[in-house]
Write a protein that binds this ligand. Structure first.
Ligand SMILES: Nc1ncnc2c1ncn2[C@@H]1O[C@H](COP(=O)(O)OP(=O)(O)O)[C@@H](O)[C@H]1O
Ligand SMILES: [Mg+2]
Length: 611
């Protein structure tokens, strides 16, 4: 099976809507025309003026060449007089070369002037997209593949550079050049020349755009077939053993070959259609030259134009043609770039699901009282997770959340941390509604040791120190000691400088968990939430850490999600969750006396412990 392609029907339709894309191009403007940055505005205006003047020079140069040729011709007619030849070469040829050189210098100068503006725009857009991605909800990030997201941003940024280069400085100015050339033809010679140049260039552009559109179909087809053949090959090789089990090599090869045949067909169409485009373009270009030369020759015979004038019109025409050569490619790339940019902007358009209320206040002087009041919650509307959950935790208390897996225990921590908003009820900290508090201040007050710890692909020291900006090595080691992992780290060849691998994969589950405990201890929050923080540890280590955690939970509100009930018998209160409801709550003794769900869980676990 090939993976589902991520460009859906809808995407394709959107991709084709030019208006939509031009709108996103317009959104680039504020990043270029930065408010309050006069220097940038001057640079942009200077770059545009340079582009315009460059085009004037470019069109002007052939007129010098024409004059030079006329001067040489005159010199020849009037016998070979050195002074006249010198005049012709000296002024006009040097003039031609000089102006051409100048126009190149102007072009490069424009790059020089504009580069800081373009780069700044790229950087601000990249940074604001990145920061926006962090504002989007956990829900969004769980649904999106991170690799896909960073590719969208990367392509979006690259497309900006491309668009500046091509639209603003290459294709756009070509129209300007055409206008200048046509006007110059009209003034210097006659309107017919202007008409021929305009009609030819415009038909060339129209022809190229239309045929490129037509060819895009073949290219898309070709790419699709290529992906297909590739997916088949990869899938087949991944299943190397299965293929051997069933002696299916010949069938696999045949399947691959048939996929390649599809690619071959599409590739041939793509290539031959390109030939059609090239021939058509060449026809139009040369038709233009023939018409211009023919008309000019006639005018020379009529005595209205000179040989030098023929050179001028031909040179001007070939100059206009030059940027058109890459028009087909540029058109395709510009379309792609507009699509990429639009995708990036549509990321920026996503509104974050969890936002601070307009009058949200920061949570200060945290005492650590937590109340869940008739809370209903669901991740997806069709499946309710928490129903009417109520419990309270007094400041400084140690409270355990227990219950079967899937009961909704971790969900409680996610709600308290405000990764998600609840559907009904109220959650308060120190009597203040979670929704009336700023997310930042709430998150600063809570330390979570999650069920599954993910680490940055950096050193152990970095991962622990992450909890506190500017943490000293001594603080880091102290936290590591408290989490019972200092000795392990010291025993590694590189100690605290050991790199943990992507997502922390080079550490065992128990080691990762202790790094997570260490960094939460370093954060030193008034509220501590331990989500099965010791589940991946063996009994000895668990006992050691339990001592550390007991010490850490002194003087602060602590919520503990525990699988092994023995670890929470001393809790001030135990809340038993079952199927999203609070089944019972009380102390260990209360609950045993009740002989309910907790008692039966306790019974089960003691039996298996001694079995
Ligand atoms: N992001 C999510 N989207 C949808 N359902 C989820 C999500 N996270 C957890 N769930 C579901 O919510 C229920 C409670 O999950 P959780 O609170 O993690 O349980 P536990 O008590 O084991 O910690 C589970 O049935 C789980 O499948
Ligand atoms: Mg859980």
């Amino acid at each position: 099976m090939s993976p589902p392609s991520n460009s859906t029907e809808l995407d394709l339709k959107k991709e084709r809507s030019l208006r939509y894309q031009l709108k996103s191009f317009g959104r680039l403007w504020p990043y270029l025309w930065v408010r309050g940055n006069l220097g940038f505005k001057i640079r942009i205006i200077a770059a545009l003026l340079l582009t315009i003047s460059g085009k004037f020079f470019l069109v002007g140069a052939p007129f010098f060449m024409g004059a030079a040729i006329d001067a040489v011709t005159r010199a020849q007619d009037g016998g070979f007089e050195w002074s006249k030849v010198w005049w012709g070469i000296g002024i006009f040829i040097l003039g031609y070369g000089g102006i051409k050189l100048l126009s190149v210098m102007i072009n490069e100068g424009r790059e020089y002037i504009f580069a800081p503006v373009g780069q700044h725009a790229q950087r601000t857009i990249a940074t604001s997209t990145f920061s926006h991605l962090h504002k989007l909800s956990l829900r969004y990030h769980l649904e999106k593949r991170t690799g896909g997201l960073s590719r969208v941003v990367e392509r979006g940024i690259r497309s900006i550079d491309f668009l500046f280069r091509f639209l603003l400085f290459n294709i756009g100015p070509t129209f300007l050049e055409l206008a200048i050339a046509a006007t110059a033809f009209w003034i210097a010679f006659s309107w017919e020349f202007a008409a021929i140049a305009t009609v030819i260039v415009l038909s060339y552009i129209t022809f190229t755009v239309l045929t490129t559109e037509w060819r895009l179909r073949f290219r898309r087809d070709m790419n699709k077939k290529d992906t297909e053949a590739n997916a088949r090959a990869v899938d087949s090789l991944l299943n190397y053993e299965t293929v051997k089990y069933f002696g299916a090599e010949r069938m696999e090869t045949a399947r691959y070959d048939s996929a390649m045949a599809g690619y071959q067909k599409a590739a041939i169409l793509s290539r031959t259609s390109l030939a059609t485009v090239n021939i058509g373009q060449s026809f139009l270009m040369n038709l233009g030259l023939v018409l211009i030369m023919g008309l000019a020759s006639m005018r020379v015979l009529e005595g209205e134009m000179t040989i030098g004038n023929i050179t001028t019109v031909v040179l001007v025409m070939t100059q206009i043609y030059r940027p058109l050569n890459i028009l087909g490619f540029a058109y395709r790339e510009i379309k792609q770039a507009l699509t990429d940019m639009e995708k990036m902007f549509s990321l920026l358009d996503l509104t974050p699901e969890i936002t601070d209320a307009p009058e949200a206040k920061p949570l200060t002087d945290v005492r650590g009282e937590i109340v869940f009041d008739n809370v209903d919650f669901f991740y997806d509307e069709d499946r309710q997770i928490l129903r009417d959950v109520s419990f309270s935790v007094a400041p400084g208390q140690r409270v355990a959340l227990v219950g079967p897996t899937g009961a909704g225990k971790s969900t409680v921590s996610r709600i308290l941390f405000r990764f998600y908003d609840i559907a009904a009820g109220r959650v308060t900290i120190d009597g203040q509604d979670l929704h009336a508090l700023t997310q930042d201040s709430v998150r600063a007050a809570i330390g979570i040791v999650p069920q599954d710890t993910v680490l940055f692909n950096d050193t152990i020291g970095y991962n622990i120190g992450y909890a506190k900006e500017g943490a000293t090595q001594a603080e880091i080691e102290q936290a590591a000691r408290a989490a019972q992992i200092h000795d392990f780290i010291e025993g590694l060849p590189l100690g605290y400088n050991t790199v943990v691998g992507e997502r922390g994969l080079k550490l065992s589950g128990g080691e990762k968990q202790r790094v997570a405990i260490a960094r939460t201890l370093l954060k030193n929050p008034p509220i501590l939430f331990l989500d099965e923080a010791t589940s991946a540890l063996d009994n000895t280590t668990e006992r050691d850490i339990q001592i550390a955690l007991d010490a850490a939970s002194k003087n602060r509100t602590t919520l503990i999600i525990a699988h092994r009930l023995t670890t929470v018998t001393g809790a001030d209160k135990i809340i038993v969750l079952n199927d999203g409801r609070v089944a019972e709550q009380g102390t260990h003794e209360d609950l045993l006396a009740k002989d309910g769900l907790y008692a039966s869980l306790w019974q089960e676990q003691s039996e298996s412990e001694f079995a």
